[in-house]
Design a protein around this ligand. Structure first.
Ligand code: IPM
Ligand code: MN
Length: 352
């Protein structure tokens, strides 16, 4: 099969972890007889430096023409502490999500048997956790009108959702639930927010189309608490943009390392696959960052974007093997030898 993939390495450790995912994907292509064309393109601070813009039109064209986008990370500290900066790397990510119509962010959370004691949470709480967040990605407070008034003394960010936006995300949630344990949790704050009441009303109206799915409605504050207390009680969770941003970072604690969690963003045009972690600027260029979240994002890409399930399985199997054999970066190595990012990538590729 011919696979045409846009490669957006981005900032910080992005290029280093992306390199390992490319090595692994190329090894998979060789083993299974595929032909991958990688087309690199600029995003984030790297794109601001080169083109004055964090998501240049040229990058968008490359993404639109590709079958899938593999993405590293975005963000640079020189913008974080400068509230007056007019362009920011993160704007590139938001623009990319909006222009590619990536309205559903799929973030699975699972545990690795060999790493269970890496989590700060007790083994008996988290063992067997296997849940998926579907985070709405192109609406809500991220994209509502924002601004200042009263000479800059007052600031506002509007949270806006249309019924259609809720419906298309919820539809994905119901469909995903049907392929799993048929349990769906709608996370909202319907006791306070009007947008949440629209979410709840919309999802409730859809229940009749999926009679087998058992839907629960829970407030976001309660979910934040129960997620680390009883993660096993959840399966598929749907939620709006900001709640999903916060809860998925929280959920990554269950797996023991943020460096392990992959994600997919899907919607109207080309789908995008990326690790949930950020650009980890302190580690840039040190060859120490954990590449597994990006490698596992490539596995999601093989599966979702190309329907290549055996290839995805082979990637997950080699990742499990590296964890079991301790071929891991410093975030996971404990008292044992820490491998470099590139060494982990080489090991994975040569064990495929
Ligand atoms: C994420 C990130 C982004 C977000 C930032 C970098 C804009 O935290 O992908 O979760 O808030 O969506
Ligand atoms: Mn986030």
């Amino acid at each position: 099969m011919k696979l045409n993939i846009a490669l957006l390495a981005g900032d910080g450790i992005g290029p280093e972890v992306i390199d390992q995912a490319v090595k692994v994907s190329n090894a998979i292509a060789k083993k299974f007889g595929h032909d991958i064309t990688w087309t690199p393109a600029l995003t984030g601070a790297a794109a601001i430096d080169a083109a004055g813009e964090p998501y240049p039109d040229e990058t968008h064209d490359i993404c639109m023409k590709a079958d899938a986008v593999l993405f590293g990370a975005i963000g640079h500290p020189k913008y974080d502490n400068d509230p007056s900066a007019k362009v920011r790397p993160e704007q590139g990510l938001l623009k990319m999500r909006k222009k590619l119509g990536l309205f559903a962010n799929v973030r699975p959370t699972f545990t690795f048997p060999s790493l269970i004691d890496n989590s700060p949470l007790k083994r008996e709480r988290i063992e067997g956790t296997d849940l998926v967040f579907l985070r709405e990605l192109t609406g809500g407070i991220y994209f509502g009108e924002k601004g200042r008034r009263d000479d800059g003394e007052t600031a506002y960010d509007n949270c806006i959702y249309t019924r259609e936006e809720v419906k298309r995300l919820a539809k994905k949630g119901f469909e995903l639930a049907m392929t799993r344990s048929k349990k769906l949790c709608c996370v909202d704050k319907a006791n306070v927010l009007e947008t949440s009441r629209l979410w709840r009303e919309t999802v409730q109206a859809m229940e009749k189309d999926y009679p087998e799915v058992k839907v629960s409605y829970e407030f976001v504050d309660a979910v934040a608490m129960r997620l680390v207390q009883w993660p096993n009680s959840y399966d598929v969770l749907i939620t709006e943009n900001l709640f999903g941003d916060i809860l998925t970072d929280e959920a990554s604690v269950i797996s023991g390392s943020m460096g392990l969690m992959p994600s997919a963003s899907v919607g109207e045009h080309t789908s995008l696959y990326e690790p949930i972690h950020g650009s980890y600027p302190q580690a840039t260029g040190l060859d120490i960052a954990n590449p597994l979240a990006t490698v596992l994002s490539a596995a999601m890409m093989f599966e979702d974007a190309f329907g290549l399930n055996e290839e995805a399985k082979a990637i997950r199997a080699v990742v499990d093997k590296s964890l079991a054999e301790g071929i891991v970066t410093e975030d996971l190595s404990g008292k044992n030898k820490a491998y470099k990012t590139s060494e982990v990538g080489d090991w994975l590729a040569s064990n495929i």
